[in-house]
Ligand binder design. Structure first.
Ligand SMILES: Cc1ncc(COP(=O)(O)O)c(C=O)c1O
Length: 450
């Protein structure tokens, strides 16, 4: 390993970072995180903070879970890799699929397709949704509907159903046949509706209207996050997902619940769909499936979908889709250990209680600082704070101010994440009451500089 001078001199010189302009990273090199313990991270200058981001919404069990580390390490010595393309498999992948299926059986999930991450999982769901309809004799069902403000990764399919234009415009034209309906974002929406339940009704009406306009028999699937994460932690009314589920059913449209963030306990339930009392047809998973210790994702299929593939008589049910690292033995070992540890530690109630503490703490800060335009959360450990420079006009706060708040908050003990004029937080689910207090105190210091 080279010394710290080498690391600092070469920071962002050869490595392009996701989600930022290369020149910006060169001008303002990213923080170099060198170690982590519990829910804390330490940078190259020895400064430690609570990681209120949980890596990237993923380190659900914190950084010190030895059971996952040991499982990964022993699997590396037993079998570091073998292909799982049809014709070969490995024992750890079989166990991992068994455990994941069992964990989401209550959501109606019966089959598991492993991937290397969230974008892969979304892509798998979208592609298999089209194939499902072909197998059923409805090959015209190829379109996808989704919510504005949604984030579904960066592959072309996922980017096409994404509902934030900054992930789209530079890469257009995207997949044809993808259409978007309004987000359950009470702070800003085209109806000027601030009541979440009324907004849910309006969105459901827009959804049905779009389906009738497109023709139900042209639509393969609708994808949504049960709580929109990267879009700013947008929590819908409890009625929204059930309303949309019912409309999907009535029109023969598959519902894909994108659980990449909400899966494995972040919402306070094992899945976001379960949090809202909905059984989707497919689920895309990643992040908490290994707590970030190894890149793994999974696309989960309900019995209804599995049956069509498994009882096919057309001869077209071959899944000609997948990844070199699908069902990777080391990734699978991480899944087995992480799912086992997640169930043993059962962080759901802590996620709910600490999530409420963080949400209420930020609401108090909003009373102190008028530039906090909106606070969102209250359903597990996902909290969003939207800053505005003019409360009446809801003008998004300047990026330079957002960056200053971020830096000062960091200096006072908490790493948070910026998503445009939003501060996003998704700490490990095992975070303590005291550590949440540290995050709130650090935010207070950051806000005091505005
Ligand atoms: C809801 C959702 N779907 C998909 C993705 C893409 O996952 P990945 O970055 O692992 O490809 C993300 C990433 O944050 C996400 O939040």
């Amino acid at each position: 390993m080279r010394d710290d001078n080498f690391t600092k001199e070469n920071n962002a010189r050869h490595l392009w970072h996701p989600m930022g302009a290369p020149a910006d990273s060169m001008a303002q090199p990213p923080k170099v995180i060198t170690s982590a313990e519990g829910v804390n991270i330490t940078d190259i200058d020895g400064h430690s903070t609570v990681d209120a981001v949980g890596g990237l919404w993923c380190v659900n069990l914190g950084y010190s879970n030895d059971a996952i580390k040991e499982a990964i390490s022993s699997q590396l010595y037993e079998l570091p890799y073998y292909s799982a393309f049809a014709g070969s498999t490995n024992p750890t992948a079989i166990e991992a699929s068994y455990l994941v299926r069992e964990m989401f059986a209550e959501d109606g999930m019966e089959r598991v397709f492993f991937t290397s991450g969230g974008s892969d999982s979304v892509e798998t769901c979208l592609r298999l949704a089209r194939q499902y309809h072909r197998l059923r004799g409805e090959p015209t069902r190829t379109k996808f509907l989704s919510l504005k403000k949604g984030y579904h990764g960066t592959h072309f399919g996922g980017a096409s159903v994404n509902g934030n234009n900054r992930f789209r415009i530079a890469y257009e034209p995207l997949l044809p046949g993808c259409f978007h309906i309004p987000s359950p974002y009470t702070y800003r929406n085209p109806f000027n509706e601030t009541d979440p339940a009324k907004l849910a009704q309006l969105i459901a009406a827009s959804f049905e209207d779009e389906i009738l306009f497109q023709g139900a028999n042209t639509i393969a699937a609708f994808i949504m996050e049960p709580i929109q994460g990267a879009g700013g932690v947008i929590v819908p009314d409890a009625s929204l997902m059930p309303l949309l589920r019912e409309i999907c059913d009535r029109h023969g449209i598959l519902m894909i619940s994108d659980e990449v963030i909400t899966g494995f306990g972040r919402s306070g339930d094992w899945s976001g769909a379960r949090h809202w009392g909905v059984k989707p047809d497919m689920m895309s998973m990643a992040k908490g499936i290994t707590s970030g210790y190894f890149p793994v994702g999974a696309a989960l299929m309900s019995g209804k979908v599995a049956e069509v593939f498994e009882n096919d008589t057309t001869g077209e049910a071959g899944i000609f889709h997948g990844y070199t690292y699908s069902a990777h033995p080391v990734g699978s070992a991480a899944v087995v250990a992480c799912v086992t540890e997640t169930q043993r530690l059962d962080p759901r109630s802590n996620a709910a209680a600490r999530g409420t503490q963080l949400f209420e703490g930020v609401q108090k800060l909003a009373q102190k600082y008028s530039f906090i335009g909106d606070v969102r959360g209250g359903h597990g450990l996902m909290t969003g704070i939207e800053l505005v420079s003019d409360t009446d006009a809801k003008t998004p706060m300047d990026m330079s101010v957002m960056k200053r708040v971020h830096q000062v908050t960091y200096e006072h003990g908490a790493m948070v994440r910026l998503g445009m004029n939003n501060i996003l937080m998704s700490p490990p689910l095992i975070i303590s009451e005291q550590e949440i207090e540290t995050v709130l105190t650090a935010l207070d210091a950051g806000f005091a500089t505005v």
